[in-house]
Design a protein around this ligand. Structure first.
Ligand SMILES: Cc1cc2nc3c(=O)[nH]c(=O)nc-3n(C[C@H](O)[C@H](O)[C@H](O)COP(=O)(O)OP(=O)(O)OC[C@H]3O[C@@H](n4cnc5c(N)ncnc54)[C@H](O)[C@@H]3O)c2cc1C
Length: 376
């Protein structure tokens, strides 16, 4: 049996970033992943860092979390790149949100009015200006918005760099080694964590297993987070040199995110289908059709790959960041739903403040795993 200061369960962007952050303050941090790190939602994402564009009407609390995290990204990535020598593809070229017919236009207007009420920096632009700024947009455009201060990142490179960062900082990474059991002691602490191949006695445990966090084996009933999987299908297409947009192009039905000059991600469906992993004809068709509607030149680009991922969703759509209300040495970092890539730096920072500095920043309040939120 090995003693460790911190055991992190889950090696998506959240678990990796938390482990790397805590490794600056603790001498032994171990991370366990069932598969290889970054293989689930983290690898499936579109990589949008878009707190304004992704804002839904009922998710007001997420706006500030997303904006602060977005603000952290340039410096966070600079440090990540410096420490690992790996480029993560952060791009700062903003977002177009466009409509090609009346139903989409109504949605664009509704969102714009909401964004205006919140005082967000969004421009509603005439069609000619939109076309001038992004010539690849369709001639059928009927309206659209421009959000300058949004970014995107190659989430797979980001996850690979976070893995290297963990290694650089001395995190002991156990891949293909799932958590299989947890033992609690009589003082309401986790005493032992058993993975497939090893057992550790951790001072502190952080659960960051995405959509699987509430299902982890050995979890006491009161620590079962209500997190469910929301299936997303996505597609990658190649880009030839004559067609290489650098901004996100979004409509109410699809988003198109250029990850590099020769690769663009089209995403993503939102489906309540549990952990189903199949790519289905209908989802794929809808994505391809909607993407070609806004960027017609996509029809001539090569098809690269398609996949499914599972967003970890809570019932109030807010992540759980903070201590378990019932188990003294247990913390959660899960339930980041549609914005986990965006929320990675701020989640690591908030957990560090709670664990290392013993403070709970006001920003974290709505995301604490309170008994009420766990009971939903
Ligand atoms: C199609 C799609 C598009 C998305 N687009 C965006 C986007 O554009 N921008 C954005 O910000 N977010 C986006 N998201 C959301 C984002 O991907 C997630 O919120 C984020 O990746 C969650 O990260 P995570 O580390 O919590 O979970 P995951 O990345 O799912 O990682 C969880 C890890 O836990 C491991 N695990 C599971 N069970 C065990 C076990 N028993 N023991 C050990 N390990 C275990 C898994 O193997 C996995 O590696 C998208 C998601 C999807 C699916």
């Amino acid at each position: 049996m090995i003693d460790v200061d911190v055991a992190v369960v889950g090696g998506g962007c959240i678990g990796l970033a938390v482990a790397a952050e805590l490794a600056d303050y603790f001498s032994s941090v171990a991370l366990f992943d069932r598969d290889y790190t970054g293989s689930e939602a983290t690898g499936a994402a579109g990589g949008m860092l878009a707190p304004i564009m992704e804002l839904e009407f009922e998710e007001f609390e997420l706006l500030e979390l997303g904006r602060q995290s977005l603000h952290m990204f340039p410096q966070y990535c600079r440090r990540l790149e410096d420490e690992t020598g790996m480029e993560v593809g952060l791009r700062q070229q903003g977002t177009f949100y466009v409509a090609t017919h009346e139903r989409q236009l109504q949605e664009v207007k509704r969102l714009y009015e909401y964004q205006q009420r919140l005082g967000l920096e969004v421009e509603r632009l005439p069609v000619e200006i939109l076309k001038k700024r992004q010539p690849a947009l369709t001639d059928q455009l009927v309206g659209g918005l421009w959000i300058a201060d949004e970014k995107h990142i190659d989430n797979r490179k980001f996850a690979a760099a976070l893995y290297l960062l963990c290694r650089e900082r001395g995190v002991e990474i156990h891949t293909n080694d799932p958590l299989v059991d947890l033992e609690y002691d009589s003082a309401a602490r986790i005493k032992t964590l058993h993975s497939n191949f090893t057992s550790v006695q951790p001072d502190l445990v952080v659960l960051a297993a995405g959509a699987w966090t509430g299902l982890l084996p050995g979890l006491a009933e009161q620590d079962r987070l209500p997190v469910r999987p929301v299936k997303g299908q996505a597609v990658a297409v190649g880009l030839d040199s004559s067609f290489s947009p650098d901004s996100i192009v979004h409509s109410p039905d699809v988003y198109c995110v250029p990850h590099s000059p020769d690769r663009m991600i089209l995403g993503a469906t939102m489906e309540e289908k549990g952990f189903e992993r199949r790519v289905r004809f209908g989802g794929l068709y809808d994505l391809l059709f909607s993407a070609a509607e806004i960027l017609p030149a996509l029809r001539d680009q090569p098809f690269l790959e398609t996949w499914v991922g599972h967003r970890p969703a809570s019932f109030d759509s807010l992540p759980f960041i903070g201590p378990s209300p019932s188990t003294k040495n247990l913390y959660f970092a899960a339930g980041h739903y549609r914005n986990g890539i965006l929320h990675t730096p701020i989640t690591a920072k908030l957990l560090k403040k709670m664990i290392v500095d013993s403070t709970t920043p006001e920003l974290a309040e709505p995301f604490l795993p309170t008994p009420e939120r766990l009971l939903i």
